[in-house]
Design a protein around this ligand. Structure first.
Ligand code: ADE
Ligand code: ZN
Length: 335
């Protein structure tokens, strides 16, 4: 008889080569950096201490988080700030054996405050280049449109980004989901596809399963961010299992934003065992109490994730990436 695979330990998770595909770089802003940048630029935050900041991170839903996330991002002003933010996360990738990362950023959060897109992109890409030189860190950028704003503003953002096309791998859709369906952004996603960008969208985080279908059909996305609400539509679950459209799932985020009351209710391992190409990610690690390994470890502790399941999740993370086939194979061979 085959011995069952043991529950994956923290040590096992740490040594596993992984990719992270759903990480908002602005959501990796740690309280220490937030306070130091606020002081550098003379920005008045409603917090005085690290404890004040941490105490504020209690969320009822997505919107209550987004309000603080946009407030925090307001301390990012010059190119060095964007560099430092990116550098901190890429150092974390090195520590956690995250060999490849596709990171989201929200240009409108910065350009609407009068910061040039060039400042944002130059800061990010300089850190990415240094990490590539330093330890071969593989990384790429996903430019997200804010769905609570009109499509015209997303179209303008796409135009502004064209000079940096070779530094942006994909476009995405994030921010307040309820009441902002994928169909609102059909034109900008069509234009992005014509310009050669890969496409992803947040769908089925708080919004209904129908938004997942809409993102696939109307926006022609190649990956769904979150997507956990697919469980409300068994036909959709079957379709996701057969098409292998990846879901970038963020367990700690879902619990912190009250999508689930407890990690024990999370469907990620059920979906994995049903053959969906699900991946584990941290979303906004500084706000949700954990980076990628913490997300894997929460599944070990609460759901009994086995070593076999952890390896499959790691395999999925490379397969779901936008890396060239040859590079994917190189990473997969390490598993
Ligand atoms: N922006 C940053 N994190 C997000 C999330 N979890 N959902 C939607 N928009 C976001
Ligand atoms: Zn997200």
């Amino acid at each position: 008889m085959k011995t069952p695979s043991p529950v994956a330990s923290a040590k096992f998770v740490l040594q596993l080569p992984k990719a992270e595909l759903h990480l908002h770089i602005e959501g990796s802003l740690e309280p220490e950096l937030m306070l130091s940048l606020a002081s550098k630029h003379g920005i008045d935050l409603p917090y005085r201490t690290l404890e004040d900041i941490r105490a504020a991170y209690q969320f009822d839903d997505l919107q209550s988080f987004l309000d603080l996330y946009y407030l925090g991002a307001g301390v990012l002003m010059d190119e060095q700030d964007f560099y430092d933010l990116m550098w901190c996360y890429l150092c974390r990738c090195r520590e956690e054996n995250i060999l490849h990362t596709e990171m989201m950023f929200d240009p409108q959060t910065h350009t609407d405050r009068g910061i040039a897109l060039e400042t944002v992109i130059n800061g990010f890409t300089r850190a990415m280049d240094d990490a590539k030189t330093g330890w071969q860190q593989s990384s790429a950028l996903i430019m997200c449109f804010l769905r609570h704003l009109p499509e015209e503003e997303a179209l303008r953002t796409l135009e502004q980004a064209m000079p940096y096309k070779d530094r942006i791998l994909a476009v995405g859709l994030d921010s307040s989901e309820a009441g902002n369906p994928p169909g609102k952004f059909q034109r900008v996603f069509k234009r992005a596809a014509e310009a050669g960008f890969f496409r992803v969208a947040h769908a089925g985080e708080e919004g209904p399963a129908q938004y997942i279908r809409d993102a696939l059909i109307l926006l022609d996305v190649q990956r769904i961010d979150h997507g956990v609400r697919c469980v409300d539509d068994p036909t959709l679950v079957d379709e996701l299992a057969s098409t292998k459209v990846p879901l970038t799932i963020c367990p700690l985020s879902n619990v912190r934003l009250c999508v689930y009351d407890h990690m024990k209710q999370h469907p990620v391992l059920d979906l994995l065992d049903r053959g969906l190409r699900v991946t584990v990610n941290s979303d906004d690690p500084s706000y949700f109490g954990g980076y990628l390994c913490d997300n894997f470890n929460a599944l070990g502790t609460s759901l009994g994730m086995t070593e076999q399941q952890a390896v499959q999740l790691a395999r999925n993370s490379f397969e779901a990436s936008f890396l060239a086939q040859e590079t994917k194979q190189k990473f997969l061979s390490l598993l």
